[in-house]
Ligand binder design. Structure first.
Ligand code: GDD
Ligand code: MG
Length: 363
């Protein structure tokens, strides 16, 4: 983190992590996307380490889908010298409903700052600088909400956020087929604590479709914080593999990565044959095996998965406990938990192999 926040009340944070992760199926059939290893580390660890580095000492995780799986992995936050609380929605409340639902777990200073992170974004932006900007009054007014904004080539999958010449947000249009700007919501907000209580309670609310457009229409002071540091939403297999590779190679910064800039990251408990090649930012997770002459390039081999001799993986993910047979070639393929790709089988580029299935060799 380039700078530390100066004198201001303690900043708290909320991570919204209750989505189903549908775009990451089959990897999310048994776990939330937020716990998938990216760069060899459960994804949320990158976010928790970043928040801690920015001086945040209290984080509330807003969970829903497979809520029980978070605490055994992340614990009470002491690893990051912060307090980590969990608030589970009985039914998913949407991004805004999730934020409102954790209000009671937050401090009650109405002027306090609450950082809100989408739980699937890997970002290198300067969060302390965003907080500093949030605390900068405009024309005698305190900022209500600050949104980190980035520019993308194709804005259709994101929230478009036009701003005026003073950086004030003038609209919020979620996932439009006809984007009005290439400047999009990067999924890191700072809310004034009192604004959290303005979100309706006890029902589904989308912060993107309801809260932000409503705040802007009602004259709230919503500002954009534009920064072009590394940024990626890891919500699809391609993006997850790319982010993992970037973390290992060191192009994506993360205080949760012990060593960056190596060609690969292999867990000490994994067994990689001396004649195998694991490179181009690949990760081989706990208990996995890679056989002789196998090549694993820019790929992720998850826990207890087995890659057979002579197999070749490029930009692929092999899910926990899955096996890839001898000399099988996978390019951009996602293999679900416990699936088996037999020796001699062929899987088309970009395919997804469902959990527990068998891809046979042609007979
Ligand atoms: N607790 C809870 N409850 N969390 C939820 C719920 C819910 O009902 N619905 C979604 N989330 C969480 C997801 O788990 C994820 O961490 C975050 O909210 C954002 O949801 P995504 O499903 O990943 O949204 P997106 O990627 O399509 O779009 C969002 O992110 C873009 C940037 O990556 C939007 O915020 C866009 O405006 C933004 O541009
Ligand atoms: Mg997303």
């Amino acid at each position: 983190m380039p700078s530390q926040p100066s004198s201001r009340p303690p900043v708290e944070a909320v991570i919204v992590a209750g989505g189903f992760g549908t775009r990451l199926l089959p990897l999310t059939e048994h776990r939330p996307k937020h716990l998938l290893e990216v760069g060899g580390v459960p994804f949320l660890e990158h976010q928790l380490a970043r928040l801690a580095a920015a001086g945040v000492r209290h984080v509330v995780l807003a969970t829903s889908y497979r809520a029980d799986l978070f605490e055994p992995v992340l614990g009470d936050g002491r690893r990051w010298d912060l307090r980590l609380d969990y608030v589970q929605e009985v039914e998913p409340l949407g991004t805004g409903g999730a934020i409102r639902n954790v209000a009671a777990a937050l401090g009650d200073d109405p002027h306090g700052a609450v950082v809100v992170l989408n739980g699937d974004v890997l970002s290198g932006h300067d969060l302390p600088a965003q907080l500093e900007d949030f605390e900068t009054r405009r024309e005698g007014r305190e900022v209500d909400v600050s949104l980190h904004l980035v520019e993308v080539g194709d804005a259709r999958a994101f929230g478009c956020v036009p701003t005026d010449s003073a950086g004030r947000v003038t609209g919020f249009i979620e996932k439009s087929p006809h984007p009005v700007t290439r400047q999009v919501n990067a999924g890191c907000y700072v809310f004034r604590r009192r604004v959290v209580d303005l979100v309706p309670e006890g029902r589904v609310v989308s912060v993107e479709r309801e809260t932000f457009p409503g705040l802007v229409a009602n004259g709230a002071l919503v500002v954009g914080y534009v920064e072009s540091a590394y940024w990626r939403d890891v919500g699809s297999p391609d993006a997850l593999v790319a982010a993992s590779r970037d973390l290992v190679l060191g192009t994506a910064p993360s205080p949760a990565m012990p060593a960056q800039g190596a060609s690969a990251r292999v867990d000490p408990s994994a067994r990689v044959d001396a004649d195998a090649e694991v490179a181009d930012g690949s990760v081989v997770v706990q208990g996995a095996e890679v056989g002789a002459r196998a090549r694993v390039l820019g790929s992720v081999v998850m826990g207890r998965a087995r890659v057979g001799p002579g197999a070749e993986l490029v930009g692929s993910v092999v899910g926990p406990g899955a096996t890839v047979g001898e000399r099988v070639r996978l390019d951009g393929v996602t293999v679900g938990d416990g699936a088996h790709v037999e020796a001699g089988a062929s899987v088309a580029r970009g395919d997804r192999v469902p959990c527990g299935t068998n891809v046979p060799a042609p007979r």
